[in-house]
Structure formats: C-alpha cells, structure tokens
Ligand binder design. Structure first.
Ligand SMILES: Nc1ncnc2c1ncn2[C@@H]1O[C@H](COP(=O)(O)OP(=O)(O)OP(=O)(O)O)[C@@H](O)[C@H]1O
Length: 563
C-alpha cells in the first residue's frame, strides 16, 4: 500500500451502513447516545454518505411516490407538522416552556426564490443584504431560511461554496439583534441584560473568524459588538472581559475555547435559542468530542434542568434550535442530529425532508463485510452532491521529488492566480514553499503550528493576491472562502473522498470556474481511480507540456472529442 494513503480510505471503501433508530425518550437511550457519540470506533466506521442517498429508499418515500416525483421537480407537497413526540414529551414532563413548531408548508417553500424578501426576512436585514450585494438567495438559502424561521431544527447539506453560512446566519439575525423584526429601543435596553442568544461553533479559528466577519458585515460597524469571536490561540481573559463588557448576543468560536469559557462560568448560554455546528462532521470527530459534548449539553439548557435527573434530554433544550451544517454528512451526523436535535429536517438545495423519514435499516454502517457494490454506490451519491458541479478534475503522474516542480508547471499552464496546494504533513510545507520561491513563485505556508497572528497575516496576503500559492494542510480544507481561488492542487492524496471534496471545494465557489489537480506517483493512481468512482466525476490523467495542460487519458480524449 502506498505510504501516503491512509488505511482509513481502504477501510471506508469496504463498509456498508446500518441505520439504527434511537428510542428517544427512554433513559437507556440517553446512555446509548453518549456511548455512540463518543465512540472512536463509530467515527472510523462512518462511511462518507450524504443524507440524500440515505433517504432515497425510505418507507416514507415509497408510500409517497407521487409526492417524491414532485420533490424531484423542485418541491415537496406535504406539510411537516409540529413534531408530536416533542409535544407529548414536553407535556408529560410538565415543562414550563414548550417549543411549538409551526407547520412548515413545504409546498410553499420557495426553493428557487428570486429575492430575500420572499423568504420572510425582516426589511432591515434585507436592506443590509442588498447593501452588501446579496440580492438573490442561493438554492440552499431558499430552502433553509424559511425552515429555520418556522422553528425547525435542521441538518443543512449542500455542496461547498453554495452559501450555507448565510443559510443559517440570516434566520439568526432575523430573530436576534438590531436587524430583527420590530426591534425597538426597549429591545436595545433589555438587550443589554440578555444572555447569549446564538452560539455558532466551527472547527478552526479561520472559519470561526470568517463567520464573524460575515455577521459583522451584515450588522454594520455600529453593531459590531452584537457578535463576538471566541477562538483558541487568542487571549482568553481578554475574551472573557469583552463578553462581560459588550454583552454580545451571538458568539462564534472554536469548540475548545467555547467549552473552556463556559466551564469557567463566564459564558451564559442557558437562554440560547440557536446552536449551530458548522462543519458538523468534523466537529463530531474524536478530537473535539468532549468540548462538543459540553456545548451540546449546556447551550440552551434551561436553568434547573439536571442532566442526570431528566428523563428526556430533549425537554432540557426545548427552546434551542439546533442547526448542523456541512457539505458532507456521514452517518455520525444523522445519529447526532437524532440524539441532540428535535425532529430535525434535512435541508438540501432543492428539498426539505424529515430526518426521521430516513428508514432504519435502509443502509448499514456497521458491517464491514457487506457488499462493496452498494456501498460504493452510496459513497458515489454522497460525494457527488458535495462538489460544485462546475469543477474540473485532473490527475498528473510524477515522481515524488518532482511534485513541486509539477505544481509550478501546473500553475503556469492554467495561468492560475490564486492556488491552494494541500499536503498531508506540516513539516513538508516549508520545503515546498522554499522550492516554489526559489523558482520565482510567491508562496507561503499555512498550518496550525503558526500563531494566530501569523495565520491571519498569511491568509490576508493570500486573499489580497500577494501570495500566489498557499501551501497548507487539512487546516485550510474546510470552510475557507477565498472566492478568487482558481486552482486546488493535491500534492499529497487526501485520505478519502470526503477530504477530497472539502479540499476541492476551496475553488469553484458559488458557480465560479475552478480546477482541481491531484499530483501523484504511479503507484497511487489506483487511489485516484477509486476517488473518481466514489465522487462520480471524471478525473482524467493530464500532463503539463509547453505551458499547456494536455489530457493524456485516451478515453477522456475520446469523450472530449465527442462533446
Ligand atoms: N445569496 C448570495 N449571493 C451572492 N453571494 C453569496 C450569497 N450567499 C453566499 N454568497 C457568497 O458565496 C461564498 C460562499 O459561501 P459560503 O462560504 O457560505 O459557502 P459554504 O456553502 O458554506 O461553503 P463550504 O462548504 O466550503 O463551507 C461566500 O463568499 C459568500 O459571501
């Protein structure tokens, strides 16, 4: 096996998926939740599936075939009622406040809305959006905004660069802070005393800071204090002081820092109404498990609710809307959503369906011996939906010692101006940067060992075009939004199709053109072929000769000639 290929890739390929329905409401289910959620084995066993392919053979859909046909025509014609289980649970426990979800007439959900005003957003927010040049919502925003505004918990899945951030930020700003409906001066006064109303968690500082900037942009400079970042690597006591002084309504941060400040009693989130987990599949990974658990347990939990004593955990978070977001939604996310959210809906660009309608047993997560055919088929559907459709993919075979030079020739051949090159090991980055710079190509390395300041300076330089090639590791693979990025290069193979999808998604954002080139050794080609199969996109072989990208794949050449 090639040294650069993680065993995980091979492990995932041979797996199938098993969907087990959790018995909500029972105390044993609560225990199971914790065990499942924290299990390392569980994470490793999660083959990369999106929810879409999980949902396509469900009981729900077989009994509503006609309806599904309509769904394929960009809408669903059934209403989603307020979840009965939730109502029952809440009354049986004589809870003080019951979150009653409004019926969501999905028929009327404008899946391709022409303007933000169709989505029920308040006029001040629409004004801000227009000022910032956001005039037409993307498909996933059209589907997600009304869903969240109707008080539903949601899992939002849509391909990279499709605008998922605003899909959850806009409903929050509709209800929290100065741009919300009927915001009055009285609100301003009482607002000074309120607790945090929304917590957004992201796996990296860069992503958290990017989300903060997006929110700040909409709030305007006069309302900057409404949102605060709580990221690791920055001075914690300063962040705590700012919380005390500014009393933000929205905090955005990394799991460790949020959990840390919360545990110190400096972050009051019991009244929190929104909990967003961005890049949720990454947040559910082993590295973040304790912090995320703390956040899921505490955010929006009613004071007085005892985590051990409560029969049903959902009662404790009855007022919290839980929103989970990612381009890739493996089964760990389905399971987490079922455990931690209340009757969540799966929101995709052109459909909204109840997560519960995904029938148990449709697919099998746990059996490593099951058919690889159906499995790779599921993986295929999964990752296909996480990639921007306009992306072009190639691979180029070269020797290990020539990889960086091939990268340089690739950049010239495509005349790429803003390039992200991924490697797997931090210590290799410096060497690659050195080689590129020695050949006159402006490059810089970005990785987690750099300080917060160093990281943001390099990112700024890359965004401004001062740095042409950003050589990085997995740190930059998720969420990073540099619209100008026109080329992604894998100098090392990603560990699996999910990692490929997130890396690739740094280019071709929001309908822009983008190219992904994987530079590999001959012995690694079989992995590229596997990725191609799982991703459902052609990845032809290419070479860079005389300053041009030449497709060397005979079959692909033939296909191109026929096009
Ligand atoms: N309605 C819109 N009109 C114009 N631009 C938009 C709109 N919505 C989002 N954008 C822009 O599109 C880009 C991509 O959005 P965003 O980062 O939210 O994508 P994403 O789906 O979260 O991607 P990823 O999965 O990689 O995190 C951003 O630059 C954002 O400002």
């Amino acid at each position: 096996m090639p040294s650069l290929v993680s065993p995980r890739l091979l492990f995932l390929v041979g797996e199938t998926i098993h969907l087990k329905k959790l018995s909500r409401g029972s105390s044993s289910a609560l225990c199971q939740r914790s065990v499942r959620f924290f299990s390392r084995v569980d994470r490793d066993k999660n083959a990369p599936l999106t929810l879409a392919n999980l949902g396509f053979n469900t009981e729900f859909e077989t009994t509503t075939k006609n309806k599904r046909n309509k769904l394929e025509n960009v809408k669903v014609n059934y209403p989603i009622e307020a979840p009965k289980s939730r109502e029952k649970v809440a009354t049986s426990n004589k809870s003080r406040v019951v979150r009653v979800k409004k019926t969501l007439e999905i028929e009327s959900a404008p899946f391709a809305a022409k303007s933000f005003s169709e989505l029920g957003l308040p006029p001040p927010l629409i004004e801000r959006l227009e000022r910032e040049g956001f005039n037409v919502p993307t498909d996933v925003q059209s589907a997600a905004i009304p869903t969240i505004l109707k008080n539903h918990d949601a899992v939002i899945q849509s391909y990279t660069g499709s605008g998922k951030t605003l899909a959850y930020v806009l409903p929050i700003l509709s209800e929290v802070g100065p741009l919300k409906n009927n915001y009055s001066s009285a609100d301003k006064e009482t607002g000074k005393k309120t607790e945090i109303e929304a917590v957004v968690v992201a796996p990296s500082r860069e992503l958290a800071m990017q989300i903060v900037r997006e929110v700040e942009k909409l709030l305007g400079p006069e309302n900057k204090r409404v949102v605060q970042q709580l990221v690791g690597g920055a001075n914690r006591s300063r962040q705590e002081e700012a919380l005390k002084k500014n009393k933000p309504l929205i905090v955005v941060g990394t799991p460790g820092r949020i959990a840390e400040i919360s545990a110190a009693g400096k972050l009051h989130t019991h009244g929190c109404r929104f909990l967003v987990l961005d890049e949720v599949d990454e947040l559910l990974s082993f590295n973040f498990r304790q912090d995320i658990h703390r956040i899921l347990e505490h955010v929006g939990r009613r004071s007085g609710a005892d985590p051990q004593g409560q029969k049903n955990s959902l009662v404790r978070w009855a007022d919290r809307r839980t929103i989970m977001v990612s381009a890739t939604v493996p089964f760990s996310v389905v399971r987490a959503a079922r455990s931690w959210a209340c009757d969540p809906l799966l929101v995709q660009a052109k459909s909204v369906i109840p997560l519960e309608s995904l029938a148990p047993g449709t697919v099998n997560l746990s059996s490593p011996t099951s058919s690889s055919n159906s499995d790779s088929n599921l993986q295929h559907q999964a990752t296909v939906q996480s990639l921007p459709p306009a992306l072009k993919h190639y691979y180029c075979v070269t020797r290990l010692q020539h990889k960086v030079d091939t990268l340089r020739r690739c950049v010239h051949a495509l005349n790429a101006q803003s390039v992200i090159a991924f490697m797997n090991h931090t210590r290799q980055l410096k060497d690659a940067v050195f080689k590129l710079e020695a050949r006159g190509m402006k490059a810089a390395e970005l990785h987690g060992d750099l300080g917060k300041l160093g990281r943001s300076t390099i990112l700024k330089k890359f965004k401004s075009g001062e740095v042409r090639v950003l050589v990085t590791n997995e740190l930059a693979a998720r969420g990073l939004d540099v619209p100008e990025c026109d080329l992604v290069v894998n100098l090392d193979l990603p560990t699996d199709s999910i990692h490929y999808a997130h890396r690739a998604g740094r280019t071709g954002r929001l309908g822009r053109k983008g190219t992904v080139v994987t530079i590999c050794e001959e012995r690694e080609v079989f992995v590229v072929k596997k990725l191609q199969k799982q991703l459902g996109v052609p990845i032809p072989a290419c070479d860079f000769t005389e300053g041009k990208l030449i497709v060397t794949d005979k079959e692909e050449k033939h296909a191109e000639a026929l096009r």
